[in-house]
Design a protein around this ligand. Structure first.
Ligand code: GLU
Length: 375
């Protein structure tokens, strides 16, 4: 039997907070004391060196109170109007709660395309990476005011899993209003047992999830299991825990009731496997011997070492990397469109700035986006 992970051992943690935890449904107002305690937990994680990303729901729940919508289902444009109003409040309360811990918050609103289209994926990932590098905490939500039915996640469980993958996080925490996954629906079965550890998401595990839903949240247990599949498939450990307690992260660290979903991979290895195996290369980059040695030494691919560009690709596409003798030495997600890559090949980083303008990146393929054939 595998052992339970230790929360303090993770370096980059995504914490997803459900609407029902942030908004008191009877009084229709924000649970400030609870949020302050959670911010304290986040501060503790950060103080131990972990980078933290928050994915927070609650925009629609907060906005519907302000706009005076009664309980019950909202039409799409109604929920978008509520999100427009509620998101301002949501961002403010997070900024205040984190500021109290000495942490700067940055609001990031995403739509489905930002994680599913490779070009936008690279952009969104770079923004998250920069915020974390500056020790700020990104507070992410779906951009509900512009997302329409066909282009939305609809629930923040799967959004959080995609954010965790995109950010290269090693742990995803879903704070919910249940302790975790039970072997039977707990409401109907008083004998239902909490499962502390899931080593692999199997059809049997999916069956257990049933369709448990809470009144406020969009996701039930089913979307959480889908999130577990996405996260664990990408090298991210995941835990579902009850947020209806003060200091819920401390409670996980102290081995309170929760369900861990383990991954047998790491974000880096999973990403490399994905790049090496599953993408259709759109072109090729031929590099010189010096660049080939640099890649083997763990460096990014710079324009200076490129001899030739083949094919027509766009930023974010997968390309082959060939050595001087023409043999494939790896694959990677390219940071430039083919046209721009041709303009800067063989050039130094200073030249690139004068050719493409300020803001141009030195790496044609970043080392995190490279999978060498030799492993
Ligand atoms: N994005 C929605 C909101 O902020 C919540 C989605 C969810 O509850 O999963 O209101």
């Amino acid at each position: 039997m595998a052992t339970l992970p230790i929360l303090a051992s993770f370096r980059r943690v995504v914490v997803k907070v459900g609407s029902a935890l942030l908004v008191d449904r009877d009084k229709s107002r924000l649970r400030r004391a609870w949020l302050a305690a959670l911010a304290e937990d986040i501060g503790e994680l950060a103080a131990k060196g972990a980078e933290v990303v928050v994915v927070s729901s609650g925009a629609i729940a907060l906005g519907r109170t302000v706009l005076g919508f009664a309980n019950g289902a909202l039409r799409l444009e109604e929920s978008q109007a509520c999100a427009a109003v509620g998101q301002i409040a949501l961002a403010r309360v997070w900024a205040e709660a984190l500021a109290h811990e000495g942490i700067t918050a940055g609001q990031v609103l995403l739509t489905l395309g930002d994680t599913e289209q490779r070009r936008r994926y690279l952009n969104a990932r770079a923004t998250l990476g920069k915020l974390l590098e500056m020790r700020a905490v990104p507070v992410v939500n779906e951009n509900d005011t512009v997302a329409t039915a066909e282009i939305r996640y609809g629930d923040n469980d799967r959004l959080a899993a995609r954010v965790a993958t995109m950010a290269g996080a090693d742990c995803l925490i879903l704070l919910s209003d249940v302790d975790g996954l039970y072997d039977a629906p707990p409401v109907e079965n008083p004998d239902a047992k909490l499962i502390p550890l899931v080593e692999r998401v199997t059809p049997r595990i999916e069956q257990m999830a049933g369709s448990t839903a809470s009144q406020f949240a969009r996701g039930g247990m089913r979307t959480k299991i889908e999130a577990a599949r996405i996260a664990t498939g990408a090298g991210v450990h995941m835990v579902i825990a009850n947020g209806r307690h003060a200091n819920p992260l401390r409670r996980i660290a102290e081995r309170g009731p929760c369900t861990w979903f383990l991954t047998s991979s790491t974000p880096r290895a999973a990403r490399k496997t994905f790049i090496a195996g599953t993408l259709e290369p759109k072109g090729a980059i031929v590099i010189d011997a010096g660049a080939a040695r640099a890649l083997e030494g763990g460096k990014s691919l710079l324009a200076a070492g490129i001899k030739r560009i083949e094919g027509d690709f766009a930023r974010g596409d997968a390309v082959l990397i060939r050595g001087p003798s023409g043999i494939e030495i790896g694959r990677g997600l390219v940071g430039y469109d083919a046209e721009d890559a041709r303009r800067i090949l063989g050039r130094s980083t200073e030249d690139i700035l004068s050719i493409l303008g300020a803001g141009a990146r030195a790496e044609v393929i970043h080392r995190d986006d490279l999978a060498l054939a030799t492993g």
